[in-house]
Write a protein that binds this ligand. Structure first.
Ligand SMILES: NC(=O)c1ccc[n+]([C@@H]2O[C@H](COP(=O)([O-])OP(=O)(O)OC[C@H]3O[C@@H](n4cnc5c(N)ncnc54)[C@H](OP(=O)(O)O)[C@@H]3O)[C@@H](O)[C@H]2O)c1
Length: 235
C-alpha cells in the first residue's frame, strides 16, 4: 500500500481540497487541523487519520511529531500547507507578529522535515516535500511584512532541504497569488485584487490541487518554486 501523504492545516480551503483529491485517488493521507470543523468529521468518517495539532509552540510541533510517528513509519509526501496571514497593525506587537509568522512558516516545516526525513526515505520510490509559499516573496508586502519575510525564508528552506535530501526526496515550493478570497473580503477588495493578474480570475482550490499533484508526479523537479499566479508579475 502507498504510504500516506501528510497535509498540514487541512481543515479548510486548499488543504482540504487536496485531501479530498487524494481520497478520490485512493491515496492514503494523514491530516492535521487546529480548529475543529465539520470537514474534519467527514474526513474521519472516510477513514482519514486526523491529528489535532497547534504549531504555535515548539512543544506543539514536537508533540505532533511524536503522535505522527505512533501512527506511521513511512510517508509518501509532506505538504506544508498550514499558514496564517497576520498583518502588521496598531493593535499587535510587531515582535509577536514576526515570531508567529516565523513559527508557522519556518520553524514548523524545519522541525517536521528534519524529524520525518527517515519516514520519507523508507521505500525505493522517490518521495516529496512541498512548501506552500506565496507570490509576495518576489515583491514584498507593505501590509504583511512579517508574513512575506517568513514565506521568503520558507522558499530558502526549499533550497536547503532539496540539497540535503536528494535524490531520495524531492523538495519544492508552490507559490500562489490569489487562489481563493476569504469570507468577508469586500467587493472593492475583490475587484482590486482581480485586476492584479493577467488572467483576472479567482481560480479556486483546484488549480493548487493540480499543481501539487504535478510536483508529486514529476521525477525531475527539485529545489524549485512553481509560480501559480495568473501572470501577476506582468501586470
Ligand atoms: N488562498 C490563497 O489565495 C493563497 C494565496 C497565496 C498563498 N497561499 C498559501 O496556500 C496555503 C493554503 O492557503 P489557504 O488559503 O487554503 O489557507 P487557510 O485557509 O488560511 O488555511 C490554513 C490552515 O492552517 C492552519 N493553521 C494556521 N496556523 C496554525 C498553527 N499555528 N498550527 C496549526 N495549524 C495552523 C489553519 O487552522 P485553523 O483552521 O485553526 O485556522 C488553517 O486551517 C497557505 O500556506 C497559504 O499561505 C494561499
Amino acid at each position: 500500500m502507498t504510504p500516506p501523504i501528510l497535509i498540514t492545516g487541512a481543515g479548510q480551503r486548499i488543504g482540504l481540497a487536496f485531501a479530498r483529491a487524494c481520497l478520490d485517488r485512493d491515496q492514503p493521507i494523514i491530516v492535521t487541523y487546529r480548529s475543529y470543523r465539520p470537514a474534519i468529521d467527514a474526513l474521519q468518517k472516510a477513514g482519514v487519520e486526523c491529528i489535532h495539532a497547534d504549531f504555535a509552540t515548539n512543544e506543539g510541533i514536537e508533540g505532533f511529531i511524536q503522535t505522527l510517528k505512533s501512527r506511521t513509519d513511512k510517508l509518501r509526501a509532506i505538504i506544508h500547507n498550514a499558514s496564517d496571514w497576520l498583518p502588521e497593525s496598531e493593535d499587535s506587537d510587531p515582535a509577536d507578529v514576526m515570531s508567529a509568522m516565523m513559527q508557522i512558516h519556518v520553524t514548523t516545516p524545519y522541525l517536521i522535515n528534519l524529524a520525518c526525513r527517515s519516514m520519507l526515505e523508507q521505500g525505493d520510490s522517490t518521495t516529496d516535500i512541498v512548501h506552500m509559499t506565496d507570490y509576495v516573496v518576489e515583491k514584498g508586502s507593505a501590509k504583511h511584512i512579517a508574513y512575506a519575510a517568513s514565506k521568503a525564508a520558507l522558499t530558502n528552506l526549499t533550497l536547503s532541504f532539496s540539497r540535503l535530501m536528494a535524490p531520495r526526496v524531492k523538495v519544492n515550493a508552490l507559490a500562489p497569488s490569489l487562489i481563493m478570497f476569504n469570507q468577508g473580503d469586500s467587493e472593492a477588495y475583490r475587484e482590486k485584487t482581480l485586476k492584479k493578474s493577467l488572467m483576472g480570475i479567482e481560480p479556486g482550490a483546484e488549480v493548487a490541487v493540480a499543481s501539487l499533484q504535478f510536483l508529486l508526479d514529476n521525477p525531475y523537479i527539485t529545489g524549485r518554486t512553481l509560480p501559480l499566479d495568473g501572470g501577476r508579475h506582468l501586470v
